[in-house]
Write a protein that binds this ligand. Sequence first.
Ligand SMILES: [Zn+2]
Length: 218
Amino acid sequence: MKYCENCKISVRGTYSHCPLCNAVLTGEAEESAFPALESHHKRRKLWLSILALASVAGCVVCGTINFLLQGMPWSLFVFAGVACFWLTFSLAIYKGRNIPKTLVWEVFLVSALAVVWDLGTGWHAWSIEYVLPIVCMGVMVTLSIFARLYRVPSGSFIVYICLDALLGIVQLVLLFTGLVEVPLPSLLSIGLCVVTLAALFLFRGRNAKEELRRRLHL
Ligand SMILES: [Zn+2]
């Protein structure tokens, strides 16, 4: 059995370092007490690598065709599209465990990317007239359903709803500054934010107040 001089304990299994103090173990290794488990991460990593390779190959093919045919540099849009996909996708993987939190982060990222695209393609305001309201509404509805189904602790749920509602305020500002010329999606989205917030404070008022006070250090 392996032995840690530091902690004066024997360690069963094939560890090379002490699980308590991380010092190098002495003595002979012995069969582990636990069966070896096939990791899910391996398969996921393989799929991610395949997806990444496909993205790189796609970019190379598009770049080459574009270079050979000359004309408009359309392949730049392909590169930007792939980059946006990986940004949103890696955020989902990185934050993946906490689905409501991931959703809220994705709203901000997707909205920001949409605005950048809109600016890059000559600003037709579709990002703030359609993408922002639709994404904001979508997440508001998904969060509410999710909270009902999975009994998300009401504290954190309140914070996510409030964060999403921040985008409602942004839309209100955009509406009043006249940047938004098609007001219907924004109005619907703002309305939904107001109704959801009202419901939250009417039915979960005490929870909501406590949670916000705690998080905002009021
Ligand atoms: Zn030790």
